[in-house]
Design a protein around this ligand. Sequence first.
Ligand SMILES: [Zn+2]
Length: 133
Amino acid sequence: MPLLKKGNPLYGILHQKCPACHEGEFFKHKHGYRFKEIGDYPSHCAHCRQRLSIEPGFYFGAAYVSYALNVALMVSCAVAVYVLIPEPEAHHYLIAIFSMTALLFPGIFRFSRIIWATMFIPFGGENKQFKKD
Ligand SMILES: [Zn+2]
């Protein structure tokens, strides 16, 4: 029995699937480190035809999610440095935080977009035509 089933919002977020059907791909490319195509997504889901941008500028709001994820990452890095390095100095914190933020930027960018979309596109789509299984 899988821990996360289709219909659970975390399933769509973790598998980067369409929030409406959890079948179609949310992004055009699986790989997040292609910087020219990092946020490219199709206009509609290939499986259920759900619009993935429900209004112009829809994904500007994903910046709020990105901010929250980055703050959580930075606090986690600071705690890790505090715990792992005896008597850490300021540059230890800065190196850890900036390197992890730069390294994980593509993932946070993509997760923030799909989390934002999942907040506003319900499972089943605008017509709620799918059932949870
Ligand atoms: Zn879909």
